[in-house]
Design a binder for this molecule. Structure first.
Ligand SMILES: [Zn+2]
Ligand SMILES: [Zn+2]
Length: 107
């Protein structure tokens, strides 16, 4: 069961099974199951708490569900920057840097 009406892409599944473990700390369930999804902004994996009632934030920039900390940045006016965009920018900057270095004329 999911609280999100449209299932986020990059979804996965988490199963913690302690049924064969003798020493489970008090208060922890023997078996825990939850759906997961990957935040497109930080690539963090979000475990969807089955007891959560708050709505998950869907970024209008990339049309994907993002994690709570990235959602807080978006709500505060931050831009939509997916982890792939960040990687592209990093690679482009490294390429410019390399080109600048090779064009140096050394004595
Ligand atoms: Zn995130
Ligand atoms: Zn986004």
């Amino acid at each position: 069961m999911s609280l999100i009406k449209t299932q986020p892409s990059g979804g996965g599944y988490l199963l913690l099974d302690h049924r064969n473990c003798d020493d489970v700390p008090a208060g922890l369930p023997r078996i825990f199951e939850a759906d997961t999804y990957t935040c497109t902004h930080c690539s963090g994996v979000v475990v969807m708490n089955p007891a959560r009632t708050r709505e998950r934030y869907k970024c209008r920039g990339c049309s994907h569900h993002i994690c709570d900390s990235c959602a807080a940045q978006r709500v505060a006016g931050g831009p939509c920057r997916t982890v792939m965009q960040q990687a592209d920018e990093l690679m482009a900057a490294a390429e410019r840097q390399a080109r600048a270095e090779t064009s140096l004329i050394l004595p």
